[in-house]
Design a binder for this molecule. Structure first.
Ligand code: CP
Length: 307
């Protein structure tokens, strides 16, 4: 049986309405409770990663295998014909004749849209440059709802590289469906781009900018830490900025009891490992949830009978 996601692309978090986001999260919860090992039998996922990944690539792979499907793909574009000069459009057009769905990560903003335009099967954006990472947002929303029992009216602080951090862009826009109050803490050169702040204003979201996370720590329900995107800024700038925001145990003295720390990972320096054993650390559960959320995405966008 088909569903309203079948055959669509997921390029931006704006491709989903609030009710569609909630539906995907509901299906992910169901799949977490009741595995469906034959749901995508005989379906093929092409995992096309032109940039490094641990969680996104492998959780999509695990999700497909857990649903009975198969996976092809690559995680190093240097071993593909891109090295010989093949265009992204040609590569993705061909991949779409080998697989039933494509998950793609690429360093260029807009690349997912370009792939979707030429692909005959759904394209799921697994991160396009500094633009968006919509499936991470669905994982983040699932985890926020799991840890707070609701997505509505929460207070969330985003910390770190908010200029190049695509997970922060997509999550801020995704959470704008749920009337979140947002606090943005970053070095001045890495603040949230105008494109995102303008979208938040249009949606009537209250937000403010801060120089340190200490200014807001006692207010928030979610502290969303991000790493400085070393691969997108000059090395000298990275060296100056890398240690600017480091969360350590003493910072947690006055936080709310329900406050959870999320991080899309990988972590570099920004969360001291002593935090891991506190009840506020929730980033490893967040990464684990990636499998169930990506199971729901694959099943729905492939038109599986998910019940
Ligand atoms: N969160 C995330 O995108 O992690 P990876 O880069 O390891 O996929």
């Amino acid at each position: 049986m088909s569903n309203k996601f079948a055959g669509r692309d997921l390029v931006s978090i704006f491709d989903l309405t609030k009710s569609e986001i909630l539906y995907i999260l509901k299906k992910a919860r169901e799949l977490k409770k009741n595995p469906k090992p034959d749901l995508l039998k005989n379906k093929i996922l092409a995992n096309c990663f032109f940039e490094p990944s641990t969680r996104t690539k492998l959780s999509f792979e695990a999700a497909m295998l857990r649903l009975g499907g198969k996976v092809i793909g690559f995680s190093d574009s240097k071993i593909t014909s891109t090295e010989k000069g093949e265009s992204l459009s040609d590569s993705m057009k061909i991949m779409s004749s080998y697989a039933d769905i494509i998950v793609m990560r690429h360093p260029l903003e807009g690349s997912a849209m370009q792939a979707a335009e030429v692909s005959s099967v759904p394209v799921i954006n697994a991160g396009d440059g500094a633009n968006q990472h919509p499936t991470q947002t669905l994982v983040d929303l699932f985890t926020i709802e799991e840890s707070q029992s609701s997505l509505e009216d929460l207070k969330i602080a985003f910390v770190g590289d908010l200029r190049y951090g695509r997970t922060a862009h997509s999550l801020a826009l995704g959470l704008s469906n749920f009337k979140a109050r947002m606090y943005f803490i970053s070095p001045p050169t890495l603040s949230l781009p105008e494109e995102e702040t303008s979208d938040l204003k249009k949606k009537g979201i209250k937000f403010s900018f801060h120089k340190s996370f200490e200014e807001v720590l006692d207010k928030v329900d979610i502290l969303y830490m991000t790493r400085i995107q070393k691969e997108r800024i000059p090395y000298l700038e990275y060296q100056k900025l890398q240690s600017q925001f480091i969360l350590q145990l003493p910072h947690l003295k006055k936080v709310k009891k329900n406050m959870k720390i999320l991080h899309p990972l990988p972590r570099v320096h920004e969360i001291d490992i002593d935090i891991d054993k506190t009840p506020h650390a929730y980033y490893f559960q967040q990464a684990a949830n990636g499998v169930f959320v990506r199971e729901a995405i694959l099943a729905l966008f492939l038109g599986g009978n998910i019940g």
